[in-house]
Ligand binder design. Sequence first.
Ligand code: KG4
Ligand code: ZN
Length: 381
Amino acid sequence: MNTVADYSSETGRATGPAGSLLVLGLETSCDETAAAVVRLDPDGTATVLSSVVHSQIDDHAAFGGVVPEIAARSHVEMIDGVTRRAMAGAGLDYGALDGIAATAGPGLVGGVMVGLGFGKAVALARGLPLVAVNHLEGHAVSARLGRNLAYPFLLLLASGGHCQLLEVRGIGEMSRLGSTIDDAAGEAFDKIAKALGLGYPGGPALERLAETGDGSRFDLPRALLGRKDCDFSFSGLKTAASRLAQTCETDQDRADLADAVQSAIARQLAERSHRAMQDWLDSHGATAARPMFVVAGGVAANRTVRAVLEAAAAKNGFDFLAPPMAYCTDNAAMIALAGAERLQQGLVSDIDTAARPRWPLDENKALSDPMHKPGRKGAKA
Ligand code: KG4
Ligand code: ZN
């Protein structure tokens, strides 16, 4: 059975101080149909009034991964009901909203078109501004949901499709310091989990299996060691671990390998983040406030990853923050917040904005860096 996580804020007063913005967010870029209402106060405080996420996991489980056509059809069936529930959870009528934010990419374009088209319809019918949001920008601000996190901060965005380090100075002001040259961290979790015979999505299943394992007997490859940039590579690890998975005979063997894989992914994330923190300290010099290191995206839900990154941050004199678990994986609250921050700056979108399968956050960097051309197979941004 597919799951629906439904959250209504206990303190969900819709009306905030004068100048607050109420935004409905819509997210349909992969296999979650999500809607949420977020209130952004003039001082930057974000309150989630409701957040509904319908996961399609069971629709795709038999195929071992997300099937784009099935995903798009399910979004069509669910978007109306999920949005109604989010509005009811917030106790609001459409007339109370200040804007509609919808993911416009990157992602599976059939799904993106459903949420974006639905958002356009509501915006037109209610005379509300539309804000087309980059899904990655949503992840980038997700740690600000319900917390007092000020700009700028250093961000590791690690999800199923993306793995990159970014300097986040504000909404629409993000520079990419490095990204994966092949697979994303979540993709590595998913593919190795599949080789171990675990279900989809593999990350959470692999984390559970690793709890009873001891990976110390496996010596997995360490990519890009000694390189002075902030890029990632997981394909060597994926190949080596998938081969080792074929040699596992017992459940204990598989648990041990899962533990080794989880540690290896966490270690690489920490090593590259350490580099980025060093670069940050070099380029920013001494500042009054301690710098902040944030991890977001589905892989940030992994407890070993969080612990290893927190230790790396502490070692470099950074504070550490990860979004609440519910806002690590795909959700619409992060889209609503990114939309509200854009709206606050008067950044609205044309009603004919197109859905984009690929949409790098730092377009200048993507164009100038031959390793990471937009459209390149593999790394998505
Ligand atoms: O952010 P997200 O929901 O979707 C994308 O934008 O890609 O991330 C999904 C990814 C999947 O690869 C999933 O396996 C991974 O995040 N993930 C995890 C965990 N929970 C989700 N990976 C490792 N450990 C977890 N607990
Ligand atoms: Zn995502």
